[in-house]
Design a protein around this ligand. Sequence first.
Ligand code: 5GP
Length: 178
Amino acid sequence: MSKQYITYNQIHKLCAESANKILSSDFTPDVILAIGGGGYIPARILRTFLKVPIKSVSLELYDDITDKMGDSVLIKQWCSNDDIEGKNVLIVDEVDDTRSTLYTCVEKVLESKPKKVGAFVLYNKLKNKHKGNHWDNEKAEKDHVNVDHYLVGAEVDDVWLVYPWEALDIDEHNSKAQ
Ligand code: 5GP
């Protein structure tokens, strides 16, 4: 699989552009729900523009030989019900790959009766999603796990994204990104 190296500058700009889209939409987030660890840095950049608190949660793809990779997601850490109930919640992650993580997160958020749910990812990979391709098409309303707003920084092919926070040598990483 080919690799695409991403710089902090690119991430900051995607967040800034997306925050402006959110600010000019009819969805006003009350809280950002950052999915750790990839959602933390995008969430913090978004907060500069959106000026709302960040709560963090942690979900992990369940990697078991009896289970198909990417189908099951474990919730490792969650926030309090009060962080979500009656609020406009903006879920933030770095990538929508198979969508399993985001789907599970939305499903769990909906249990706490939010007012509205938005989801933002820096990158959406253009591929079939394990939980179905709704959110992108007219099938959306047929699924109980739905979002009011789905916002993507950039659409990408099914490549392997290498983020700057994974770099041991950031200068080398940046030169690979050129
Ligand atoms: P999902 O398949 O549930 O949409 O994504 C699960 C997780 O896999 C993501 O939160 C991320 O941690 C990891 N992941 C998926 N695609 C990539 C990628 O291209 N690069 C990196 N570094 N992690 C990825």
